[in-house]
Unconditional design. Sequence first.
Length: 143
Amino acid sequence: MQLNEDELFVRFCRFPIEDSLRELRMGSIGYMINVRGVITKRTAISPQMKKMMYICTKCGERMGPLLVQGHVQPELGECLVCNGRSFKMDSENTIYRNYQKLTVQETPGKVEAGRVPRQKEVIVMNDLVDAAKPGDEVWVIGT
């Protein structure tokens, strides 16, 4: 575990059930999985909004912080002071986190002869960004 200001990151290790990268399907979405593979590619590190702050364009009232889940921006509604509906993002006070995509491929020993290795994209955030590089063998445990 690592403590970072107001955040706590929990890591699992030695998760008892190992899943096959080849057998991951839609039914795996939302469940804890554990796959082993080799990193073949990684993207550049990008910022991702975490908590957004807004300013009412009518009266200047600040709203937020509003948590961002995935790529969906939160709905604002009306300003509590003037009932206005026009807002602009307060980029100075919006909080970002690091974000990176990794491509994980089946380990060579797990692929049957004559088959092409399968690969999946994995999204890592915060302190896991830039922790693995192409060629590293990794265990990916998450949802």
